[in-house]
Ligand binder design. Structure first.
Ligand code: CO6
Length: 449
C-alpha cells in the first residue's frame, strides 16, 4: 500500500500549498470520509450514430491510479480518433478490452475503484452557506490540474512498465516505434520526446516494430481489423442507401478575388480564410430554404427530424485518416467565425485527435477534395444524415461571357448525393442552384439570401 501512503503525502503537500487560505474548503475535504466503490466506467455516446469503436491504445493499466480527466485510452471510429478521459478519481481494477478490440457504446471500458466522498449532502449545504472568496482560492479546474501534476510526478515511475507521457507514446506510435527499444533519459528512466527523436535520427527513419524485414517477394496477407473493420461495416451500410448524385459546375472567379482581397484581414486575425468558409456559409443559407437537406432520420426510417441548427460536418484528411468533425450552428456564424472554427478543427486533425463533441451531431456534410484533385465525385452519405456535397479542384477554363467572348474563368465542380427516399432531384437541384448563386455572386453571402 505504498501508493496509498504516497498519495496521502501528495495530497497533504497539495492541501498545504493550495488550500490554507480557505478554511471552508479544508473543512469540506477533512469532514468527508473516503469510501471505495468499484464502478464500471462505460464508453459514453460519442455521437454521429457511432455504436462501436476500436480500442487503439491504453494509457493506463490495472492497478494505475487516475484522477478525473486523466487519459484512459484512445479509441477510433470510422470518423475520428477520440481520447477518452476518466470521470472518476480512483484505481483501475480491470481493462475490458485488448488493443484492436471492438468496444461498444454504453458498455464498460474499465472498472475503477473510486475514492468517493461520503456525506456529500453536508458538503453541498456548506457551499451554499459560505461562498469562497474567488481571489483567495484556486478554481476547481486549477486544483484538479495541480493534483494531476503532483500525482503524475509521484507515481508515473511505479505505474507504467514503459514510462512516458501520452504525447510521447503517440509520437512513437505515429512513427511505428517499439517504445521498449528506446532508452529513457528522463527522471526514473522516463522516455522523453527528445529520446524518441534521437532514436529516429540514429535509425535513419527505419521504424519497423519488431526490427524484422518484410520479404518484398511474398504477397502480404493481413486480417481486416480495427479501423478498417469499422469502415467496411459503415460503408457497406451507407451504400445500402438509395443515393442519387447531382452535379454542376460553379464559377469561383469572383469568390477567389474576394478571398485574395481579404488576405490582410486574414493575417490580422491570424486565421486562414480559404474558400471553405464561404462554401460552408453558402450551404447554410441554402439549407434555410431547403430544410429537408438538413434533416436526419431514425434507424427504422419512421421519422424525419428537421434540424433547426446547421451542424455542418467537414470531411477532413487527418493523421488518423478520414474524419468528419462538425462546425456547429453555422446559421449563426459569420465567415470569419467559420474560418476560425475550421482552423481549430484542422489543427486538432493534425494532432490526430478530436474532442467527442467535435465529431457529434452533424446534420449535413461537405467534402472538399479539391486541394488534392478531382472533378466528379459520388460522395457517400453518412447516416442518419440525408445529404452531402463534394467539391473538386479549381481549374482555370475558357468560358463564354455575356457578349459571347471567350474568357478565362476559375471553375469548380460540385457533386451532391442525396437519400432518394426522402429528397427528390428537383429539391436538390434548387438547393445547388441557390448555393451556386451565392458563390458566383459572393455579395449575396452577406445578405443571407
Ligand atoms: N481547388 C483548388 N485548391 C484548393 C481547393 C480546391 N477545391 N480547396 C482548397 N484548395 C487549396 C487552398 O486554397 C490551399 O491553398 P493556399 O491558399 O494556397 O494555401 C490549399 O489547397 C490547402 O487548403 P487547406 O486544406 O489548407 O484548406 P481548406 O480550408 O481549403 O480545406 C479541409 C480544409 C479540411 C477540407 C482540407 O484540409 C481537407 O482535409 N481536404 C480533404 C478532404 C477529404 O479527404 N475529402 C474526401 C472525403 S471522401 O469525398 C470523398 C467522394 C469522396 C472522394
Amino acid at each position: 500500500m505504498s501508493h496509498t501512503r504516497s498519495i496521502s503525502t501528495v495530497f497533504y503537500k497539495f492541501l498545504k500549498t493550495n488550500l490554507t487560505t480557505n478554511s471552508s474548503t479544508i473543512k469540506h475535504i477533512h469532514s468527508s470520509r473516503l469510501l471505495e466503490k468499484n464502478v464500471a466506467f462505460n464508453l459514453s455516446d460519442i455521437g454521429e450514430g457511432i455504436r462501436e469503436v476500436i480500442v487503439k491504445e491504453w494509457y493506463v493499466k490495472e492497478g494505475d491510479k487516475v484522477v478525473q480527466f486523466d487519459n484512459i485510452c484512445e479509441v477510433q471510429s470510422d470518423k475520428a480518433s477520440v481520447t477518452i478521459t476518466s470521470r472518476y478519481d480512483g484505481t483501475i481494477t480491470k481493462l475490458h478490452h485488448n488493443i484492436d478490440d471492438v468496444a461498444l457504446v454504453g458498455k464498460p471500458l474499465v472498472n475503477i475503484e473510486t475514492d468517493e466522498a461520503e456525506d456529500t449532502g453536508a458538503v453541498e449545504k456548506k457551499s451554499t452557506l459560505e461562498t469562497p472568496k474567488l481571489e483567495t482560492i484556486k478554481s476547481s479546474t486549477e486544483i484538479k490540474k495541480d493534483i494531476n501534476n503532483l500525482v503524475e510526478t509521484e507515481f508515473i515511475h511505479t505505474n507504467c512498465d514503459i514510462i512516458c507521457i501520452p504525447s510521447v507514446r503517440r509520437l512513437a506510435k505515429e512513427n511505428n516505434l517499439n517504445l521498449s527499444l528506446i532508452k529513457g533519459t528522463g527522471k526514473h528512466g522516463r522516455i522523453l520526446k527528445e529520446d524518441v527523436l534521437k532514436y529516429l535520427e540514429n535509425n535513419n527513419g527505419e521504424t519497423s516494430h519488431s526490427g524484422s524485414l518484410v520479404d518484398e517477394k511474398q504477397d502480404l496477407e493481413e486480417a481486416i481489423s480495427g479501423f478498417q473493420r469499422i469502415m467496411v461495416k459503415t460503408m457497406t451500410e451507407s451504400l445500402k442507401i438509395p443515393h442519387f448524385v447531382y452535379s454542376d459546375e460553379i464559377t469561383v472567379t469572383k469568390l477567389s478575388d474576394l478571398r485574395q482581397s481579404l488576405k490582410a484581414i486574414s493575417e490580422l486575425n491570424e486565421t486562414k480564410i480559404s474558400l471553405m468558409p464561404f462554401f460552408i456559409k453558402a450551404a447554410s443559407n441554402a439549407l434555410k430554404k431547403y430544410p429537408i437537406i438538413n434533416a436526419t432520420t431514425d434507424q427504422n426510417l419512421e421519422k424525419i427530424y428537421y434540424k433547426k441548427n446547421h451542424n455542418i460536418g467537414i470531411a477532413m484528411d487527418t493523421k488518423a485518416g478520414l474524419a468528419v468533425p462538425v462546425i456547429k450552428n453555422v446559421e449563426n456564424l459569420g465567415i470569419l467565425d467559420i474560418a476560425r472554427e475550421l482552423n481549430r478543427l484542422v489543427k486538432s486533425g493534425k494532432n490526430g485527435s478530436f474532442a467527442p463533441s467535435d465529431i457529434r451531431g452533424g446534420t449535413f456534410s461537405i467534402s472538399n477534395i479539391g486541394s488534392i484533385g478531382g472533378t466528379y465525385m459520388m460522395p457517400v452519405i453518412t447516416p442518419p444524415q440525408l445529404a452531402i456535397i463534394a467539391l473538386g479542384t479549381t481549374k482555370v477554363l475558357p468560358r463564354f461571357d455575356k457578349d459571347m467572348k471567350v474568357v478565362p474563368e476559375s471553375i469548380i465542380n460540385i457533386s451532391a448525393s442525396a437519400d432518394h427516399r426522402f429528397i427528390d432531384g428537383a429539391t436538390m437541384a434548387n438547393f445547388i442552384e441557390m448555393f451556386k448563386r451565392q458563390i458566383e455572386n459572393p455579395n449575396l453571402l452577406f445578405l443571407n439570401v
